[in-house]
Design a protein around this ligand. Structure first.
Ligand SMILES: Nc1ncnc2c1ncn2[C@@H]1O[C@H](COP(=O)(O)OP(=O)(O)OP(=O)(O)O)[C@@H](O)[C@H]1O
Length: 394
């Protein structure tokens, strides 16, 4: 710095420009102060990171009770129930039975309130108090609807009927068939018509996302189902946890196995006339572990196949009747043109026909819009080899 000033003096001494030197110094001080502030911030950040890395791990616990003297009874994740103090930085009013907390490693005090466990768990499944899908929204599948009424809806609504006659309905129902044929819709509709809470678990998702948590989530789902009864637990893609496994070599496979065991234990814990029903769905019944299909578990199998010509006609009617169309529609002809397609494909066709009209600047759909959409959906559907899991059904 003194060098900078010396050279500045050398250049400007003749003008004896002291004011300029003062300005230069002031600017320099200002920039160094800013730099110092930034370095202080960096230092604090690094100190914080170092503290985090060196801090001992905490023990997670759930609060069971708050004692009159301000101490708290917790169930620690490592096992025993403990009576602990609360660190002074924690607002004790925020601690209630069920709150998740972090304890010091020696388990002597609560040092942090953790995000609610239920919040985390709830994300792994979806709860709909009363779904809004009715049997009338489903095209075809009359026999499947009839069967679900008998084995799920009536037992939930009138269990005494079964008691009087002395028969037991199945506890679990397995819907199987190709993708997009309405299995989820059926499960939701039966929940709506039974005034039941609908709890949906996608088995493949929780097997992947919540590694090490599968069995616990299964337990929580069924606890919730009992609390919200009457309820229907819908387990989609059950093959993700319920496939037969010969080799349990990896920890991932053992984890999936534990999740399945917990599910079987939960099902076994129910009575047929309890007000919780379990519906599972799969596209791969061929790979399911026979333990799942044993009597008292998923012992009612309902096939949900691709729609036949009459079913396709009905599905077209359901979706097209909500759309503005310029001429009368020959539904039977549309059904004949869509052999091999699913309900989901037909819904796509109707949406695509709507797009065709919008692209053309029209506010109504023509018959041609629909046939063009059929060609498009069929092409994308059958362009590649049909996926293996589909072949079995086509
Ligand atoms: N029979 C049907 N009647 C009316 N709509 C249907 C029918 N089948 C399928 N759909 C439509 O296709 C969509 C997908 O159906 P859904 O999710 O019930 O199929 P899924 O059999 O559960 O499929 P996946 O095996 O892929 O989970 C539904 O939201 C619905 O719009």
């Amino acid at each position: 710095m003194s060098g900078e000033i010396d050279s500045y003096k050398a250049r400007n001494y003749s003008n004896n420009n002291d004011d300029a030197i003062v300005r230069l110094l002031e600017e320099k001080i200002e920039s160094l102060t800013k730099e110092l502030e930034k370095l202080r911030q960096d230092l604090n950040w690094y100190k914080g990171e170092l503290e985090k890395l060196l801090a001992p791990p905490y023990i997670e616990a759930t609060v069971l009770d708050i004692l009159p003297d301000g101490r708290v009874v917790v169930r620690s994740s490592s096992g025993p129930n403990l009576v602990v103090n609360v660190a002074s930085a924690i607002d004790i009013k925020k601690i209630k039975p069920g709150t998740s907390v972090a304890l010091t490693q020696r388990g002597s005090a609560i040092v942090e309130i953790l995000p609610n466990r239920e919040d985390i768990i709830v994300k792994s499944f979806e709860v709909v108090e009363r779904p809004n899908i009715h049997y009338s929204d489903i095209g075809g599948l009359e026999t499947q609807i009839q069967e679900l009424k008998e084995v799920v809806e009536i037992p939930l609504k009138n269990p005494e009927l079964f008691r009087e006659i002395g028969i037991e309905p199945p506890k679990g129902v397995l819907l199987y068939g190709p993708p997009g044929t309405g299995k989820t819709m059926l499960a939701k509709a039966v929940a709506t018509e039974s005034n039941a809470t609908f709890i949906q678990v996608v088995a493949s998702e929780f097997a992947q996302k919540f590694v090490g948590e599968g069995a616990r989530i299964v337990r929580e789902v069924f606890e919730l189902a009992r609390r919200k009864a009457p309820s229907i637990v819908f387990i989609d893609e059950i093959d993700a946890i319920g496939a037969k496994r010969i080799d349990l070599g990896t920890s991932g496979e053992r984890e999936v196995q534990r999740t399945l065991m917990q599910l079987l234990a939960e099902i076994d814990g129910f009575k047929p006339l309890d007000n919780v029903k379990i519906i599972a769905a799969t596209n791969r019944i061929d790979i399911l572990d026979p333990a799942l299909l044993r009597p008292g578990r998923f012992d009612r199998l309902i096939e949900v196949p691709l729609p036949d010509v009459k079913g396709r006609e009905e599905i077209f009617k359901i979706y097209l009747s909500k759309m503005k169309i310029d001429s009368s529609i020959n539904y039977n002809e549309l059904a004949k043109l869509t052999e091999g397609l699913s309900g989901a494909d037909i819904k796509n066709i109707c949406t695509e026909a709507g797009y065709n009209a919008i692209r053309d600047g029209r506010k109504y759909i023509t018959y041609k819009d629909i046939t063009v959409a059929i060609d498009k959906v069929k092409k994308s559907r059958f362009k590649n080899k049909i996926p293996e899991r589909h072949e079995k059904y086509t």
